[in-house]
Design a protein around this ligand. Structure first.
Ligand code: TTP
Ligand code: MG
Length: 357
């Protein structure tokens, strides 16, 4: 018997919440980011409204570049407590539809509704109810993917944004995945895409029928997993994950280096990545750890715990700099990494989790 899984993802979440708070912003190009300073700051774009996207602006882009693309855009700072409050209410709505629920990030969740819907027709009706409840209560839109497995539901929710609904019935899974670019699969980033392209693999269909041993040789275990996912085979359950231990990112240099300028620049880049992941998951941290691996593979870690919980990117940069700079000017470095731990959900989100336990 097949399962029916929904992946719900809010549309341009931070920007849409800002538009709700200030309806004058509706229909405008709204850019939310760190250090926006009316487009003159040095931060990056967290997200932007769909109108802003039509100018080519997107998440991760420097604010200065966004400003060059659209000078009329409204630039706003990230107001995380507000987004977490709204997120908390949305998750509460979603939980009311099923016991099998899994929040994945501040604006997305999986729902296994196999027990609630007889078939895909009923699932579509239920998804419609979810959309109208979120619209009615929060004046926000979301996009929903419906499929028999989580990985396919996630891909589907992203295909018709904003305010979309994409249904992939069990018999259609392979056909649906076949023409899609490999990047659609969560877990395949830019680096893996480049390697796959080099192997002549652009689509999930090509990945699905590629020599499995070769994939394992290049990607290890992930090689066979990605091939299974490309075939629509994903037996992972929808289940609540209340705590994540840590968020970390590493960078291995193409060529070992002792150049302090390169090392500090790389550390800043890793700080940005790890911060992005933290914010996306809706956590704050109180411990920052760094990992330094020298050319001979000797590896050192150092950590610092703050007396408070934070989501501040500058703190990550400052502390990781302080902890790792002691290792600079010694031997050549092969790898740098940053880990954030002692993670906490915001108070609002914790209250909801407690309530439902
Ligand atoms: P996403 O769901 O990836 O993006 P989105 O909701 O803004 O837009 P979409 O309609 O395409 O789903 O991320 C949810 C929120 O997480 C987003 O509103 C802001 C935050 N975020 C960052 O802070 N940095 C990032 O690089 C990304 C991708 C998201
Ligand atoms: Mg979203």
């Amino acid at each position: 018997m097949y399962r029916i899984i929904l992946h719900v993802d809010m549309d341009s979440f931070f920007a849409s919440v800002e538009q709700c708070k200030n309806p004058d912003l509706r229909g405008l190009a709204v850019v939310v980011g760190s250090d926006p300073k009316q487009g003159k700051g040095r931060g990056v774009v967290s997200t932007c409204s769909y109108k802003a996207r039509s100018f080519g602006i997107h998440s991760g882009m420097p604010i200065s570049r966004a400003y060059r693309l659209c000078q009329d855009a409204v630039f706003l700072p990230v107001n995380m407590p507000l987004y977490q409050e709204v997120s908390c209410r949305i998750m509460k709505i979603l939980r009311s539809f099923t016991d099998k629920f899994q929040q994945v990030s501040v604006d997305e969740a999986f729902l296994d509704i196999s027990d609630r819907a007889q078939d895909y027709k009923e699932a579509v009706q239920l998804a419609g109810q979810i959309k109208s409840m979120i619209r009615g209560r929060e004046e926000l839109t979301c996009s929903i993917g419906i499929a028999p497995v989580k990985s396919v539901a996630k891909i589907a929710s992203d295909l018709n944004k904003p305010d979309g609904m994409t249904v992939v019935e069990p018999d259609n899974v392979v056909k649906f995945l076949k023409p899609l670019n490999v990047r659609k699969l969560s877990g395949i980033g830019k680096k893996h895409e480049e390697i796959l392209t080099g192997m002549g693999i652009d689509t999930l269909g090509q990945l699905a029928c590629f020599d499995k041993d070769k994939l394992i040789e290049i990607f290890g275990k992930w090689g066979s997993k990605m091939q299974r996912l490309a075939l629509g085979l994903d037996d992972s359950e929808v289940k609540e994950s209340l705590e994540i231990g840590s968020v970390s990112r590493e960078h291995t240099f193409d060529k070992d280096t002792d150049d302090p300028v390169v090392l500090i620049k790389t550390l800043d880049m890793i700080s940005e990545k790890v911060h992005k992941s933290l914010v996306h998951k809706g956590y704050s941290f109180s411990t920052v750890s760094v990992k330094v691996r020298f050319e001979d593979f000797t590896t050192f870690t150092r950590a610092k715990t703050l007396s408070f919980s934070s989501q501040d990117q500058d703190i990550i940069k400052r502390v990781s700099n302080e902890l790792s700079s002691k290792f600079f000017n010694k031997r050549k470095i092969r790898l740098l990494g940053i880990k954030l731990s002692n993670l906490k959900k915001s108070k609002m989100i914790q209250t909801t989790f407690d309530y439902f336990l």
